[in-house]
Design a protein around this ligand. Structure first.
Ligand code: ROI
Length: 167
């Protein structure tokens, strides 16, 4: 079994609901087990500022899928939730699912860079990961908590739990 951390992000069309639906889809996936999800966080956009604030979270799970088949499954979930792949670089998005860590692997292929290239610069990734695993280390041995020490929170806040509309 592989241990994987993924980042979830959205800033269009009820982003909080987009993330909740994505978490549900991951939960229901037969090759994804033992999932834990961080709080949902409100974050300021990285990149162009003329776009709505984001909702971000991190999920950790076990999977028998190898990195690229996992990426295929994540992209399928993005598409099922209305992600238009052409969405502009650094522009607003309905749902983004990024592989952050895959075991202790370093992966560089045309489709995939792991650890995620922006991991250490993104407060909306680092703080949710630490919430799940305070002692987490990156493949190069750096402790994530040491990265957090020098990383501004940039207004990052946890969102209150919301009730499912049907309940
Ligand atoms: N900014 C924030 N706060 N959260 C994201 O998930 C996010 N994703 C992106 C860019 C456009 C870089 N900015 C983001 O892809």
């Amino acid at each position: 079994m592989n241990t994987v951390y993924i980042g979830l992000g959205a800033n269009l069309y009820e982003p909080q609901a987009q993330l909740q639906k994505a978490v549900e889809a991951l939960h229901n996936h037969s090759d994804i087990k033992h999932m834990v999800v961080s709080s949902l966080y409100a974050s300021k956009p990285m990149g162009p500022q003329d776009q709505p604030d984001y909702v971000n979270a991190v999920a950790k799970f076990s999977t028998i899928l190898e990195p690229e088949p996992l990426l295929d499954q994540l992209q399928l979930i993005e598409q099922q939730h209305g992600r238009v792949r052409k969405e502009e670089r650094w522009g607003p998005r309905t749902l983004d699912l990024d592989i952050l860590l895959f075991n202790n692997a370093t992966i560089t292929t045309p489709r995939l860079t792991v650890p995620h290239y922006g991991l250490c610069d993104r407060e909306f990734v680092v703080f949710p990961m630490l919430e799940l695993t305070p002692e987490l280390c990156l493949p190069n041995g750096t402790a994530l908590k040491d990265i957090a020490t020098n990383l501004p929170r940039n207004g990052l806040t946890t969102l209150p739990m919301t009730q499912n509309k049907e309940t």
